[in-house]
Design a protein. Structure first.
Ligand SMILES: CC[C@H](C(=O)O)C(=O)SCCNC(=O)CCNC(=O)[C@H](O)C(C)(C)COP(=O)(O)OP(=O)(O)OC[C@H]1O[C@@H](n2cnc3c(N)ncnc32)[C@H](O)[C@@H]1OP(=O)(O)O
Length: 277
């Protein structure tokens, strides 16, 4: 999934740049003439099989963990560096495409999949969708560049809460947060996935900082990086200006550094060991 997305975004970017170059050079052919200098006007990101995106491959993460316990997780850390670099640059490239981009979120958008929802200009969220930033339950922080983008969309404090609580975000809550620009009825009756998970989370322990979403069960260290992840984004005047303002490198280098500090650490390895049982 990661390589396919990277290739598709690179292709779109190349076509948009070449179309703009042709337009400027006055060399437009029939295909471009009626499309304002670019072959595509809008980019839609949508999942299949009833879900938007389930994030990183947990089976592979479990295998990597098992294969590299003796090597102190070097294989896992190497994968984390590759995934962080590839997914952050791909989603930043998607975010910077000149076309208007729209995520159509149906079913689950979990972990990296939730971060993928932040990489488009707009989000249309189906009634059966659940968006869930589960990274902290795996003792890691956003690794696809989605922390800063989430703050840009919902504001820094709401982003901290979503990243710290790992709470399932329903379409209604997403609309209230501004994470959904519109909601629509799911095409077919579908059981919303994992929306009930919050109900089986342990009740907040006495003295928990007031979060009823079960953040008490987060592994130690999972929250250590969050305060630095969601720096307030600079105000932007227009969609074009907002895209031009996005640096081609990862949105927040410290977001990548924070991720690589916790990726492959003991807390994550303990979570992966439980997944393998
Ligand atoms: C920075 C990125 C971040 C990190 O690396 O820390 C991550 O993204 S970690 C991954 C976070 N994602 C999850 O925790 C999602 C886990 N999956 C689910 O909660 C459910 O599968 C769900 C809600 C996506 C779909 O539920 P549903 O009941 O509709 O289907 P199944 O659960 O039966 O799943 C069908 C089939 O897909 C396999 N599957 C689903 N998600 C993953 C995944 N992330 N990695 C690998 N495989 C996944 C699941 O095992 C089933 O396979 P099968 O062979 O049919 O048993």
């Amino acid at each position: 999934m990661m390589e396919d997305l990277a290739a598709a975004v690179a292709q779109l970017g190349a076509e948009a740049r070449s179309a703009e170059a042709q337009w400027e050079a006055g060399r437009t052919d029939a295909e471009f003439e009626d499309c304002d200098g670019a072959r595509y006007r809008i980019v839609v990101v949508q999942g299949d099989g009833g879900h938007f995106c389930s994030g990183a491959d947990l089976g592979m993460l479990g295998d990597l963990h098992g294969a590299s316990e003796g090597a102190e997780g070097e294989a896992l850390r190497e994968f984390g560096r590759w995934m962080n670099g590839t997914m952050t640059s791909t989603l930043t490239a998607l975010r910077r495409l000149p076309q208007v981009s729209v995520a159509i979120v149906q079913g689950a958008a979990f972990g990296g999949g939730a971060e993928l929802t932040t990489a488009t200009d707009l989000r249309l969220v189906s009634s059966d969708a659940v968006i869930r930033f589960v990274q902290a339950t795996m003792a890691v922080s956003p690794g696809w560049g989605g922390g800063a983008r989430l703050a840009d969309i919902v504001g820094a404090q709401a982003a901290r809460r979503l990243l710290a609580s790992c709470a399932p975000v329903t379409p209604q809550r997403a609309e209230g947060l501004g994470l959904a620009d519109a909601t629509f009825e799911a095409p077919a009756p579908a059981q919303a996935p994992a929306a009930t998970e919050a109900s089986d989370a342990p009740a907040a322990e006495e003295g928990c900082p007031g979060c009823a979403d079960g953040c008490c069960r987060l592994p130690p260290g999972a929250l250590a990086t969050l305060p630095r992840l969601v720096a307030p984004a600079a105000p932007v005047s227009s969609l074009a200006a907002s895209k031009a303002a996005i640096p081609a490198a990862e949105p927040l280098p410290e977001e990548a550094a924070a991720f690589l500090r916790v990726w492959g650490a003991r807390a994550q390895q303990d979570v992966l060991a439980r997944l393998r049982k």
